[in-house]
Design a binder for this molecule. Sequence first.
Ligand SMILES: [Zn+2]
Length: 242
Amino acid sequence: MKILFLHGWHSVPGGVKPAYLASHGHEVINPQLDDDDFQAAMNTAKAAYDDHKPDVIVGSSRGGAVALNIRSEETPLVLLCPAWKKWGRASELKRNSIILHSRSDDVVPFMNSQELIDTNNLPAESLFEIGSDHRLADDHSLSVMLWACELLTTGEPLPWLDGFSDSETDFRNLCNSDVQHEAVYVCDACGEDIVIPLDLSQGAFQTYVEDCPVCCRANTIYVHLDEDGTFQIRAEPEQDYD
Ligand SMILES: [Zn+2]
């Protein structure tokens, strides 16, 4: 997959997020955008878009505003806490877009992304509340960013856009179904298979810490809902993230 990554204000190409995407085998075009002149940043981004014809555009913070303000036909967008109210004039968001934003973001308010979804009449599922700050550079946020790129470039309609008004019902049905209400992870410390219940009402992406019932060591459990509707679980030893 070819990804055009538009970095944030005073970020430099080669940061954690584009490096993460590249490390998963994707071609990442990561142009240096002018920090002072928004029009110049847009011109650079548009030229990179025209030259490389990416499969998806990822825009982080100010880069998210750049992504919204350049013409990019039907190319899907992954926006990371986009600073669209601060830079540029565009407030139109295409339907094949996914936004990731932390409610604890103290640089760009989470409400701005909420507003972007609402004014474009997009379903709530287009906005993922994730991470614990503006950077979204933690492992979980990085993996969701990658997942979003992969989902948007499958060519399949997004599950929540397929009969948009029914999507809430579909998710409720999934929650009520008997399918996969529990899952198994392997404890990293003792290697035991641990069966845990899944609370689907907690959303498609969940991260929490629980003590292994066998060896009592704390594991961070990552749960995420795949495109085909199955839950993937993995456990890591608990660590402190700064
Ligand atoms: Zn254990």
